[in-house]
Design a binder for this molecule. Structure first.
Ligand code: NAD
Length: 348
C-alpha cells in the first residue's frame, strides 16, 4: 500500500488522528541537517490514506531540496491533512494539528500550503510556536503566496532572457494553469508587465475574477497546457507535466509555482529532447518559504526578504547557463547541488 522507497531517506513520519475533531494527518520530516524541517501543511481530499502518505513523502523531500537551494538554514518537512474536514470543527481541528506539531518540539515547523489559510495557521499558533505564515510584522511573513508569486515572476524573467533572449515581458504570451493564491498573484504581476495571459482553473468564480482583474483569456482545463504561448506556468497541483503533455506543449518554457510539476523523470527528458526549458519547481517557487522562514527565524526586514526572493532570478539564470554548459537537465543539476548542500551539512 505504501511507497516504501519514500520512507527510506526520511528521519521520521508521524501519523496523527484525533477522534474529537476528525483530524487525520501525516507529518513527514525528511531532513533536519540544515535546521528545523520546515514546509507547509496541505489539506486535500485523497482517494486513500496511502496517497496522502506518498504525497507527504514527496513534498517533504522536495522541501529539503528547496530550502537547501534557497540557502536557508532550514531542513525539509511537510504535513498533509486528509480532507474533507467538517467546517464547524475547522478551528478545533487545526488546534489539534498544532498540538501534534508541538509534540515534535520544533523538529517540524508548519505553514500554509494548498487548502490551508492564514486563519487556519492562527488556530495552529494557539497550540504551538513552531508555525509560520501567521502574522506579517513589518512586511515580513504572513501569507506566503505573494512572495512565491514574486519569485516565480523573477524565474520567468530569467528563463525568458535565457531561452528567448528577451529582457522584458511585454507581449509575452503566458498560460497559467491554476489561478489560486499564487497563480492569481502571478497573473497580476505578469499583466502589469504587459504579458498576454491564458488561464484555466477548476474554480469558475475565481477564474472569472482573475480574468476581470488582469484581462486574461479563460480556456478549457484540457487546453491550457497546449496553448499557443511562450511560457506555461503550472500553478495548480503536482504532476501536470507528463510525457504526454510534454509532447504536446507549444511553449518554449515551463516555469510555474506548483510543487512536483514533472510527473516523472521521463517527462523531463521529453521536455529536454524538444528543446523546452524547464525551470526546476523547487528553485523557482521558494519565495514563500523564504518569507515564512524569515518570519519564523526572525531578524529579517521587508527589504532583505524581497532581496532574497528576487535572488531567485539570478540563481535560475546561473542554473540554466550551467545546465547548458554541462549538457545536463536543469532539474538533475539542481537535485545534485541541493543533495550536496544537505550531505555537507549532515557531515558537519
Ligand atoms: P491554491 O489552492 O490557492 O490554488 C490552486 C488553484 O488551482 C485553485 O484555484 C484550484 O481551483 C486550481 N486547480 C486545481 N486543480 C486544477 C486543475 N486540474 N486545472 C486547473 N486549475 C486547477 O494553491 P496555491 O497556494 O496557489 O498553490 C498552488 C501551487 O503552488 C501548489 O502546487 C502549491 O503546492 C505550490 N506552492 C505554493 C506556495 C504558496 O506560497 N502558496 C509555495 C510554493 C509552492
Amino acid at each position: 500500500m505504501f511507497d516504501q522507497d519514500g520512507y527510506r531517506d526520511h528521519e521520521s513520519v508521524t501519523w496523527i488522528s484525533d477522534a474529537a475533531t476528525g483530524l487525520r494527518a501525516v507529518i513527514a520530516v525528511h531532513s533536519s541537517a540544515l535546521g528545523p524541517a520546515m514546509g507547509g501543511c496541505r489539506l486535500w481530499h485523497y482517494d486513500a490514506p496511502g496517497a496522502a502518505l506518498t504525497d507527504a513523502l514527496r513534498l517533504s523531500h522536495g522541501m529539503s531540496l528547496k530550502n537547501a537551494m534557497a540557502g536557508l538554514p532550514l531542513g525539509g518537512g511537510k504535513a498533509v491533512i486528509l480532507g474533507p474536514v467538517n467546517d464547524a470543527q475547522r478551528g478545533a481541528l487545526f488546534e489539534a494539528f498544532g498540538r501534534s506539531v508541538d509534540d515534535l518540539s520544533g523538529r517540524y515547523v508548519t505553514a500554509e500550503d494548498v487548502g490551508v489559510s492564514v486563519a487556519d495557521m492562527a488556530s495552529v499558533a494557539r497550540r504551538t510556536r513552531h508555525v509560520s505564515g501567521v502574522t506579517a510584522a513589518g512586511g515580513v511573513g504572513g501569507d506566503p503566496s505573494p512572495f512565491t508569486a514574486r519569485g516565480v515572476l523573477r524565474g520567468i524573467e530569467a528563463a525568458v532572457q535565457h531561452t528567448l533572449g528577451r529582457s522584458d515581458l511585454d507581449g509575452l504570451r503566458v498560460a497559467v494553469q491554476g489561478v489560486g493564491h499564487v497563480g492569481g498573484a502571478l497573473c497580476g504581476f505578469l499583466a502589469e508587465r504587459g504579458a498576454r495571459l491564458i488561464v484555466a482553473d477548476t474554480n469558475a468564480k475565481r477564474l472569472g475574477q482573475i480574468c476581470d482583474e488582469t484581462g486574461a483569456e479563460a480556456v478549457a482545463l484540457d487546453d491550457v497546457l497546449e496553448a499557443d504561448v511562450d511560457v506555461v506556468a503550472p500553478c495548480a497541483l503536482g504532476g501536470a507535466i507528463t510525457s504526454e503533455t510534454a509532447a504536446g506543449l507549444r511553449a518554449k518554457i515551463v516555469a510555474g509555482a506548483a510543487n512536483n510539476q514533472l510527473a516523472d523523470p521521463a517527462a523531463g527528458s521529453v521536455l529536454r529532447k524538444r528543446g523546452i526549458t524547464y525551470v526546476p519547481d523547487y528553485v523557482i517557487n521558494a519565495g514563500g518559504i523564504i518569507a515564512v522562514g524569515a518570519e519564523y527565524l526572525g531578524g529579517g526586514s521587508e527589504a532583505s526578504v524581497l532581496a532574497d526572493v528576487d535572488a531567485i532570478g539570478p540563481r535560475i539564470a546561473t542554473l540554466l547557463a550551467q545546465a547548458d554548459a554541462d549538457d545536463e537537465a536543469p532539474e538533475i543539476l539542481a537535485d545534485r547541488r541541493a543533495e550536496q548542500i544537505i550531505a555537507t551539512a549532515r557531515k558537519a
